[in-house]
Design a protein around this ligand. Sequence first.
Ligand SMILES: CC(C)(COP(=O)(O)OP(=O)(O)OC[C@H]1O[C@@H](n2cnc3c(N)ncnc32)[C@H](O)[C@@H]1OP(=O)(O)O)[C@@H](O)C(=O)NCCC(=O)NCCS
Length: 173
Amino acid sequence: MIETLGAKAASAAADDLREVYFSAFGAPGYDEPAERADQFADEQLPTHAARPGFKLVVARSAGAITGFAYGFTGERGQWWPDRIAEAAPEIAAEWVGGHFEFVELAVAASAQRQGLGADLHDALMADLPHSKALLSTYTGDRPAPRLYRRKGWQLLLPHLTPTAALYGKHLTR
Ligand SMILES: CC(C)(COP(=O)(O)OP(=O)(O)OC[C@H]1O[C@@H](n2cnc3c(N)ncnc32)[C@H](O)[C@@H]1OP(=O)(O)O)[C@@H](O)C(=O)NCCC(=O)NCCS
């Protein structure tokens, strides 16, 4: 079951989201420390939840959150869009500003490879008012970039940073 949460409900669910984040990004091959999951739940999420256009979708199984995805309206003056503008001004001129910034997608390790990631992606992207969307993901061959390419995202920049590629998607309603 996939459900959309507003900023207040997202904040109430922060501890569950922390656990899912750590299960997904703390797994072997990703190896993010527990402190990064804390930074996500205690700082990143509240900051992003306050931004215009914030949308969070969660998957639940027997009441427990097993996966989530979220984004908001990206604008210049925000940290990541400004990194894009610095690294690739010509891409930024076309894509950055008023776009949907697809920030995070994570599925708990025990719930992966059942189609949840694809369903969360689709629920997050459904009925957005934006005309374009941007995301950054791993450069290597991993489940996340494979999923985004299957979903029609276009590779804009293979190396926005040494480890991050930039993808864009035109949205039609
Ligand atoms: C990326 C991520 C969210 C995908 O979640 P998921 O729920 O496993 O996604 P899906 O099940 O939709 O698809 C994943 C794979 O399972 C396969 N799959 C889906 N349903 C399946 C099923 N019923 N049986 C077997 N395989 C299945 C898909 O084809 C896909 O295969 P691929 O990786 O070889 O291309 C998850 O791997 C994750 O949390 N990774 C760590 C965090 C991360 O990388 N986040 C994105 C940051 S940009």
